[in-house]
Design a protein around this ligand. Structure first.
Ligand code: FMN
Length: 207
């Protein structure tokens, strides 16, 4: 599909055909694209728990204010972002050094920045939500291109999700995304602000 068509076709789908499954092969294809998303310092803070089992989806639905599509979609993805990027820094630095993109001096600065993120809860939270949200957008667009429907969700109780799915404290539950096959045509898209409303030139307010 043309990229513009993928963007135009994507909708937040809340009505799914529960009889259809999303296969391991589809998930592999999907996440091979998701992993190419950009991330701060290339630290790739995201991890995903794909919930396909009906009973587990019902547990997740209960944490998501009983939003029906969590129970009806073939899968629900719990998008997690780590707030402790230190564990990933060594591999990323080694890769950059090997490719001649980072000096030993820059490595020290990089490590100091990573440490600073890990040590400040508010900073770490914003940091991980930014990059993980971009990966979620890749997931939704890639899914659309594969003929799969999605819906991003922030309507959930993060503590409940963490408890039910044994997610350690260092992770932020960034988003839930339902994934499956749309049951019917989508209603008209909700309104969008126009180019004139959202784009400014050089200065906010200058049209
Ligand atoms: C961060 C975020 C949180 C959202 N949370 C929910 C949610 O909890 N439940 C839901 O049904 N839709 C949720 N949505 C979907 C929006 O309602 C939807 O994107 C918006 O109405 C525009 O519709 P469209 O995506 O079909 O263009 C969320 C979307 C975003 C980006």
């Amino acid at each position: 599909m043309e990229f513009a068509e993928v963007v135009r076709r994507r909708r937040s789908v809340r009505s799914y055909d529960s009889s259809k499954e999303v296969s391991d092969e589809q998930l592999k294809e999907l996440f091979e694209l998701v992993k190419l998303s950009p991330s701060s310092y290339n630290l790739q803070p995201w991890e995903f728990v794909v919930v396909r089992d009906k009973k587990d989806r019902e547990r997740l639905k209960a944490c998501a204010h009983n939003q029906q599509h969590v129970g009806d979609a073939s899968a629900a993805v719990i998008a997690l972002g780590t707030k402790n990027p230190s564990g990933r820094a060594d591999a990323i630095a080694a890769d950059r050094i090997r490719k001649g993109l980072m000096s030993e001096e820059k490595k020290k600065k990089f490590e100091a920045r990573v440490k600073a993120i890990s040590e400040d809860e508010a900073k770490a939270r914003l940091w991980t939500v930014n990059s993980t949200s971009l990966a979620c957008m890749t997931l939704m667009l890639a899914a659309e291109d594969m003929g799969l429907a999605t819906c991003p969700m922030e309507g959930f109780d993060a503590e409940c999700v963490k408890k039910e799915f044994d997610i350690p404290k260092e992770y932020e539950v960034v988003m839930l995304i339902t994934l499956g096959y749309a049951k019917r045509e989508q209603p008209e898209r909700p309104m969008r602000y126009g180019f004139e409303d959202i784009v400014h030139f050089e200065k906010l307010g200058k049209k």
